[in-house]
Every structure is written in C-alpha cells, then in structure tokens.
Design a protein around this ligand. Structure first.
Ligand SMILES: Cc1cc2nc3c(=O)[nH]c(=O)nc-3n(C[C@H](O)[C@H](O)[C@H](O)COP(=O)(O)OP(=O)(O)OC[C@H]3O[C@@H](n4cnc5c(N)ncnc54)[C@H](O)[C@@H]3O)c2cc1C
Length: 497
C-alpha cells in the first residue's frame, strides 16, 4: 500500500478530479461533502459522484428504535439531509444504483441501476468505500426464499423502520395482547426492548450472555434488573437456535435448545458484520473481523479510501484492530477520507482518525423505569487480557446532590492499570443524567490521564447537576486511594471489588 498521496485534480488526464463514493449514509456523505469543501478551499476542480443502492441517504439509523417506540413522529425526521440538499450542495447523488464491481487497477466501478437493470462503467481517480455493515440474521430466522420469517426482523435501515411500524400497527390492531421477543441483549436489543414495552407488548429479551455484554457482568446485571423492574422477562445464557411458525407462516416462538419463548414479533439485535464483499472481490485485503483495514488517514490502497462500518478500527491505546460499528466513527472517518483525497497534502500533513476507545451510550426508559448505560475503554476482562495488572472498583453515587429531588442513583466502575495508575476504562449505569458523564472519562482516557489526574480535574458542580465531587471523579479518587494501599485486594483487580 502506497502512502504517498497523488496530486488531486490530475488523475487520468481530466481537468477535474473524479471521485466516486460507494454508499450514501454517514461515512459516504461525510466524505463527499468534505472532499467538495477541501477542493474548493484549495481551488481545484472536483466531481463527486455517490452511488447508493437504496432510496435513502443521510438518515439516522440510531433513531429507528425511537421511531418504532413512537417518540419520533415520522421517518422523514430521521433524515439529516435530503437527496435534493445533497445535490444542491454539488454532489452528483445516484440513488437506486448499486456498485457491483470495482477494478482498482483500471480505476473503474461497475454500477447497476436497480430499476432498469442497466449496467455501466464509471471511471474514477479516487474511490471511497462506505458500504456500511449488514445486520447478522441467522439461518433459523430465514424462510425458504431466504427472506426473514414473517414477524421476524432485524433493525438496520429505514426500510426496517417502516416494516416495524407496519408490523406493530397490524399486531396491535388485533384482539389479543401482543408478545414481543428481542433476541440479543446489546444496544439495539435494549433499545428495541424499550420500543416494545412502550408500544404495550409483553416483552421477553433472550440473550447469550449477561445483558449489555460490552460491560463487566456486574454492571450488566444492573441493567438486567432495570429491565425486569419494567416488566421485561429476561433470559440470559440462552442461545436462540430456532423458531416455530403457525399455519400462516408467521413466527409463534423462538427456541433455545428445549426452551421456548413465545412471540408474535421477534426483533433481532445480534450485531453486524462489515459489508466488504465489493472490496474483497476487488482483491483488497480484509482484517480478521472481515472489515477493510484503512490506515489512520483512511487510505486502503492507491486511490482507494474507506470509512465507517465497512472498516475495522484501530483501538486508540492498544493499537488492536477492532470492529466498532458506530455513527460517531463513520462521520469522523468520512471527513478524514474526504479531506485527504482532495487535499493533496504530503503524508505527514494529512488528516488522521484518532482511533476508538469503544465509547458508547444508550438507555432503557419504559414503565416508569429509566436506566442509562455508557462505557468507554476496555472492561476489566479486556484490560486483563492485554497482560496488565488491573485494578477496578465500583462507586455508588448520585446524579445530583442527594437532597435535590432530581438526584438519581448511579454506579461508576473504573478500570485502571494498577502499575502505571493510568485510567483505562469506565462504565456507568444509572438514572436520568448519568450516562453522558462518560465523556469526561473518555476525554481523560484519550489524553492518557491517570486516576490521580481525574481526581484533581476542575469539573463543574452545582446541586442540580452533581454532588460536590463528580461521580466519575469520586470513582477515580477512590481507586487512587486504593492503589496507595498496596496490600489491598483491589490491586488484584477483582471485578467490582
Ligand atoms: C438501530 C441502530 C441504532 C444505532 N444507534 C447508534 C447510536 O446510538 N450511536 C452510534 O454512534 N451509532 C449507532 N448506530 C450505528 C450507526 O447507525 C452506523 O455506525 C452508521 O450508520 C454507519 O454509517 P456508514 O455510512 O458507515 O454505513 P451505513 O449507514 O450502513 O451506510 C452504508 C450505505 O451503503 C450502501 N451500500 C452498501 N453497499 C453498496 C453498494 N455496493 N452500492 C451502493 N450502495 C451500497 C447501503 O445501502 C447504505 O446506505 C446504530 C445503528 C442501528 C442499526
């Protein structure tokens, strides 16, 4: 892989630099617009063409569970920028057109118009692969024709959002209570469980591990308790491997071994895999998790860039390749790719993506229960797996001064290197106003802070917002105190110690 940038605007003997972007959502459109902005600022001609196989562009997949729950009045509200707005800004956006081939030597893509079936070759100087991720849909969830069994669906795009609204409306119009099963206890599972409960479904969540497997199990168990308090039946440690259908072909239950969980509607929240078939067929190498492996300038090969969920990401401090399909990364990476491909800068001056910590946030709010969840950096187990001596501790605190009516309980778990005292990871489970405090921790970890540094930081305080000591700060201070007592068992890094 060459790392020397080509001078933009000089490709293939044309006046304008020809850029093709594959995929018109977060990563692709960020790249397209940044390429235009950068080229304009540098005074060179650029032509950006974006191919998108669906009829949607720049929508918030993140908002779909809230659309399904009824919080968002319509799918249009989830569209950040319409096709017309993209075109008005100078992007040649082709919807309903799939890129079916990529020749990185000839610098051409082959596209197929999904309405007419027509194929065409489209030359480029630079291509951005922003093809996203596909939800995991296991074979048991598919019917004979390869489509999802009626009543069963993943949650990925606006088509899924519309399908879920239709399925729920139809089911709720019937005479009897509707039973919903959510398979998977991660972010999307939690958010769909919220949507189901809020729509009045008798909800069961079935998951292989503890709820919120991206947390330490002791914190995940707190999330599970909140779900149960809201009336969700939660079954952990069950690996769903089949389903039954009724005479009408609709799902009636999912099964895990001999165990059955009855449901009229089944939401799949089983994670995603990078959509990298196009890249693989073009001979581009893929990582262990099946994603493209761009460098920190989002460059894959000469004239080939990649961004978003089709990529594996570099973990910021460990340098490991991880797959963390989140919109926050897709937007940033698209911008980096767009700037670099149009910037004509030497390698040392190019924009760089700073890596990921695995910072993430969600909530479950239904039936009078409000639990927020956030995490950043490695869990205790993940930190130990790197061979470190790890210390961790859970602190109970409140989101506001205890005497304020809005004060809600929150638990903060801090994970630190017991030798260097570096803060490695933080997890939060708590009431309203708790989770977004993860950003203090993420910023501190990003900048290599030790727990002692966080304990001394100048953070804000007033009774409605925080105890005098911010909860993240309290947790770090307590862990620092513990590390000052070398005989303490916490130094052995017992989870939740
Ligand atoms: C239900 C849900 C909730 C989420 N919540 C959050 C959240 O709270 N916070 C967060 O940070 N992230 C969240 N995410 C993740 C976030 O939505 C994704 O990380 C983000 O959309 C990735 O953007 P992307 O552009 O890389 O990929 P995508 O959004 O998947 O877009 C890729 C596009 O490429 C198109 N495409 C693929 N192949 C081709 C081809 N060959 N030719 C033409 N077009 C093609 C696809 O149709 C698609 O439109 C959530 C995701 C889901 C599904």
């Amino acid at each position: 892989v060459s790392s020397s940038p080509r001078t933009p605007g000089t490709g293939a003997g044309t006046a304008a630099q020809r850029v093709v972007v594959v995929g018109a959502d977060a990563a692709g459109m960020s790249a397209a617009h940044q390429a235009l902005r950068t080229a304009r600022a540098r005074g060179h001609e650029i032509a950006v063409t974006v191919f998108e196989r669906t009829s949607h562009t720049s929508y918030s997949a993140c908002g779909i569970p809230y659309l399904v729950a009824g919080d968002v009045a319509g799918a249009d509200l989830l569209v950040a920028r319409t096709a017309a707005e993209h075109r008005a800004a100078g992007v040649d956006l082709r919807l309903g057109v799939e890129v079916v081939g990529l020749d990185v030597v000839a610098r051409t893509v082959i596209v197929r118009d999904l309405r007419t079936g027509e194929r065409a070759r489209h030359p480029y100087d630079d291509v951005v692969l922003a093809t996203g991720a596909a939800p995991r849909v296991p074979p048991w969830a598919l019917d004979e024709d390869g489509g999802p069994v009626a009543g069963v669906r993943a949650v990925k795009d606006l088509y899924d959002g519309a399908a879920w609204l239709g399925m729920l409306d139809a089911a709720l119009a019937g005479p009897r209570p509707v039973r919903g099963v959510v398979v998977g206890g991660g972010y999307i599972g939690l958010e769909m469980a919220e949507a189901f409960v809020r729509r009045g479904l008798e909800t069961t969540l079935v998951t292989r591990r503890e709820v919120m497997g991206t947390l330490d199990p002791d914190l995940g168990a707190r999330v599970r308790a909140a779900l149960e308090e809201a009336g969700v039946t939660v079954r952990i440690g069950a690996d769903v491997d089949g389903l039954d259908t009724g005479p009408d072909g609709r799902v009636t239950c999912v099964s895990a071994g001999d165990e059955r969980f009855e449901g009229d509607l089944v939401a799949l929240g089983l994670g995603a895999r990078p959509r990298s078939e196009l890249a693989a067929a073009a001979g581009l190498s893929l990582g262990e998790r099946g994603g493209l492996e761009p460098d920190d300038r989002q460059r894959v090969a000469d004239g080939v860039w990649a961004a978003g969920d089709c990529c594996e990401h570099l973990e910021r401090h460990g340098g490991l390749r991880v797959f963390v399909p989140l919109g926050t990364h897709a937007n940033k990476q698209g911008r980096v790719a767009g700037e670099n491909l149009a910037g004509g800068r030497p390698p040392e001056a190019m924009a760089r993506f700073g890596g990921v910590l695995g910072t993430a946030i969600t909530r479950f709010v239904a039936n009078g229960v409000h639990v927020e969840v956030a995490r950043t950096g490695p869990t205790t187990e993940q930190a130990r797996a790197t061979g470190r001596e790890v210390a961790s501790l859970v602190t109970e605190s409140t989101t506001a001064s205890g005497y304020m009516p809005e004060a809600a309980p929150m638990a903060v778990k801090v994970v630190a290197d017991a030798v260097t005292r570096r803060l490695l990871g933080v997890q939060i489970v708590g009431g309203p106003g708790s989770a977004k405090r993860i950003d203090t921790a993420a910023a501190a970890i990003w900048l290599h802070a030790r727990v002692d540094d966080v304990a001394r930081m100048d953070l804000s305080y007033a009774p409605p917002f925080s105890p005098v000591w911010d909860p993240v700060q309290i947790a770090c201070r307590r862990l620092a105190d513990r590390l000052d007592r070398p005989a303490d068992a916490g130094r052995q890094g017992r989870p939740g110690g």
